[in-house]
Write a protein that binds this ligand. Structure first.
Ligand code: NI
Length: 470
């Protein structure tokens, strides 16, 4: 009986000795209750809400079961599909497991889910929501909060790293880690750093405009710490344009602008029945020639496909919007017209992606057709196109309008089209625009229906090449 006691006492004294001998090693242990007392109290940090503002087009979607074990409410805003999808995803992620076990019945059916929301900020171009989920899979309860910020002008979802300039990310991370060390018992700094660097902590602003970053319960500290939130003072110059807009939307909320009307879906022609050919116009839009071409096509009631350059799309977003609104199709012709097969894959992808972003920004819709400049393609480019979801559209009739500058020759070339042809022209040349009424008349005389590339081809496959419909 004595022996174990002795061992215990010896062990204790060794432990005490060790502590005395190494005062520097103050790694927190459950015994060191002084450590707890030594921590200053963590300042209460709260997201400022913008609940007072009314948001046009906002409706709430409620999901519940009769037993009230599941009750979720999330907002949706008319016309902002990307935002709405994200909000639904957040609800799904937080509730799926519990809903599954509850609906499976049995012992787990005592669980419950409650999802609610509030507005963090609202302005003509930006809106932010906080989605709070209280999930009880059984006896325990977990609260999770997710922020969803959405830049309506760019149709883009935003995390905290989109609100703060890249060069200031480190300073924000360091500030939060320092606060964790200062105020939180046994913080998991490695997890905190991971979450800040690549995760999606809830983000918003305080009533005084400080940035708020909030972790989930258990993610960076013991459950007793709750969901630690920290305020970081950020100067105006540290915020991105979206960050400034989000802060303004929090402090001085205004109604969000209504979503733009989607362009009307043009009447589809069935090219399995009709004798179709597709007119395509490359290298624009041009402020000088494209509007006149659009007038002509409108008068003739012809829908065509425009393979635009990113540089031009960026310069003429209004013309691009009109192209889409008039029922024409828009495809990607690279940013600055290089031979994509001669570029590194990253550069080629960047040429394609920047262009699609510019098109999407102007029209609300990203293209899924790619016409490689010069028609230059190879297996590598096919793979890139496939990866990014583009069908490659080449042509079967080259009018050589860029060379001959002759409406007569352009019309003669176009007339050689067979059923299913894709005809290549360039809307940046005045002579080409001059030729268009003649081209349309000649093709109609041969019994052709003029359609967009997508109408001609029907369903296309990413990474596949199309020269026409044969
Ligand atoms: Ni071109």
């Amino acid at each position: 009986m004595r022996r174990p006691l002795f061992v215990f006492a010896a062990g204790l004294s060794l432990l005490l000795t060790a502590c005395v001998a190494e005062p520097a090693a103050v790694s927190p242990t459950p015994l060191a209750s002084e450590t707890l007392a030594a921590l200053p109290e963590r300042p209460a940090v709260e997201f400022r809400s913008a609940d007072s503002v009314s948001i046009p087009g906002l409706r709430t979607v409620t999901d519940g079961d009769n037993g009230s074990l599941v009750y979720t409410v999330i907002p949706q805003i008319e016309g902002y599909d990307r935002l709405n999808e994200r909000l639904r995803d957040v609800r799904e992620q937080d509730t799926r497991d519990v809903v599954d076990t509850i609906s499976a019945g049995g012992a787990a059916s005592r669980g419950s889910v409650n999802v609610s929301w509030r507005t963090l900020g609202s302005a003509p171009r930006i809106v932010g929501f906080l989605i709070s989920s209280i999930v009880s899979p059984g006896a325990s309860t977990a609260v999770r909060e997710r922020s969803v910020w959405y830049d309506a002008a760019e149709d883009r979802l935003l995390g905290w790293r989109d609100l703060v300039r890249r060069e200031d990310h480190d300073a924000v991370v360091d500030d939060v880690l320092a606060q964790l060390r200062r105020y939180v018992t046994q913080p998991d700094l490695a997890s905190a750093q991971d979450i800040l660097r690549s995760g999606d902590p809830a983000v918003g602003f305080t009533a005084t405009g400080d940035l708020v970053l909030q972790f989930d319960e258990y993610d960076v500290a013991a459950g007793a710490e709750g969901a630690p939130a920290f305020a970081v003072s950020v100067s105006e110059s540290s915020l991105t344009a979206s960050g400034k807009a989000a802060r303004e939307a929090t402090l001085r909320p205004q109604p969000l602008e209504a979503a733009p009307e989607p362009p009307p879906v043009p009447e589809r022609v069935d090219c399995r029945v009709a004798k179709c050919v597709a007119l395509t116009f490359d290298d624009g839009p041009s402020g000088r020639t494209t509007p006149r071409l659009l007038d002509l096509l409108e008068r003739e009631d012809v829908h065509a496909t425009f393979f635009v350059l990113g540089t031009q799309a960026q310069a003429y977003p209004k013309i691009l919007r009109r192209i889409a609104a008039d029922g024409h199709e828009i495809g990607n012709h690279s940013w600055s017209h290089p031979d994509l097969t001669r570029l590194d894959p990253e550069d080629a992808l960047s040429q394609m992606r920047r262009t699609s972003r510019a098109i999407e920004k102007a029209t609300g819709r990203a293209p899924d057709l790619l016409r490689p400049p010069y028609g230059a393609r190879d297996k590598k480019l096919d793979a890139l196109a496939r990866g990014d979801g583009y069908a490659e559209v080449l042509w079967s009739i080259d009018t050589r309008d860029w060379e001959n500058h002759s409406p007569k020759k352009i019309i003669a070339a176009a007339k050689k089209a067979k059923r299913g042809a894709i005809i290549l022209m360039h809307d940046i040349h005045a002579d080409t625009v001059d030729a268009v009424p003649g081209v349309v008349a000649a093709l109609r005389k041969k019994g052709f229906t003029l359609v967009t590339v997508s109408d001609l081809l029907g369903t296309t496959q990413a990474g596949k090449r199309y020269y026409g419909r044969y």
